[in-house]
Design a protein around this ligand. Structure first.
Ligand SMILES: Nc1nc2c(ncn2[C@@H]2O[C@H](COP(=O)(O)OP(=O)(O)OP(=O)(O)O)[C@@H](O)[C@H]2O)c(=O)[nH]1
Ligand SMILES: [Mg+2]
Length: 206
């Protein structure tokens, strides 16, 4: 099984643990406890490829947003294939914190890490402090953020889609398919790890 590490960052209370709980266990808790230090969850996901289904194991690292734990984060960013950076649509300040988190990730992770900004708590329409346009304008300065994904862990809206979107980017960035045998393997390899065939043209598994 192909394994990938995903790190989830963002200010305190933006809904990091709730997003993971919805995705991994399909649950939501109004009284979700603040994360202390760091938590870890494992989840298998299968993506439909152009030739065959691709199954991955995601190792999801959930960081406490509280300032005092921030020093832990750089060490855990090491080796991650993707990072989610969350802000809370009902809390203006959490959007400003996104810049800090992205900087920490870029300073400490692989240069080809997939980064995705996620807007949370879109079910709380009357409490909204950041409009969709404001959020999109903010994200425009990051040329890698082609799309802003807006979620609600309470209703489940877009949660599965957010992970699927990022996982597809991980696959595109890291994997190729072997033309002769149809197996999926690491892009860095010049020969298929299953049948040994030489890679002539890199083919995306999606
Ligand atoms: N209405 C609503 N509430 C949410 C949503 N996501 C999270 N919450 C609530 O927001 C609060 C904080 O959520 P957490 O998931 O604990 O936030 P966190 O980012 O993990 O916080 P730290 O671990 O302290 O950094 C909890 O009371 C959740 O129930 C959502 O999509 N909608
Ligand atoms: Mg948490």
């Amino acid at each position: 099984m192909l394994k990938y590490k995903i790190i989830i960052a963002g200010a305190k209370d933006v809904g990091k643990s709730s997003l993971i709980a919805r995705f991994c266990d399909n649950i939501f808790k109004e009284d979700m406890k603040a994360t202390i230090g760091v938590d870890f969850k494992r989840k298998n996901i299968t993506v439909e490829g152009s030739h065959k289904d691709i199954s991955l194991e995601l190792n999801i690292w959930d960081f406490a947003g509280e300032e005092k734990y921030r020093t832990l984060f750089p060490a855990y960013a090491n080796g991650a294939s993707a990072a989610f950076v969350l802000f809370d649509t009902t809390n203006k300040k959490s959007l400003k914190d996104v810049d800090d988190w992205i900087k920490i990730i870029e300073d400490n992770a692989y240069s080809n890490i997939v980064k995705q900004i996620i807007a949370t708590k879109i079910d709380l329409k009357s409490e909204r402090e950041i409009s969709k346009k404001e959020a999109l304008d903010f994200c425009k300065k990051y040329d890698w953020c082609e799309e802003l994904v807006s979620t609600s862990s309470k209703t489940g809206e877009n949660v599965e889609e957010a992970f699927l979107y990022v996982v597809k980017k991980i696959i595109k960035r890291n994997l190729q398919i072997c033309k002769p045998c149809g197996e999926v393997f690491n892009k860095k390899l010049k020969n298929c790890q299953y049948c040994g065939a030489k890679v002539e043209n890199e083919i995306s598994p999606l």
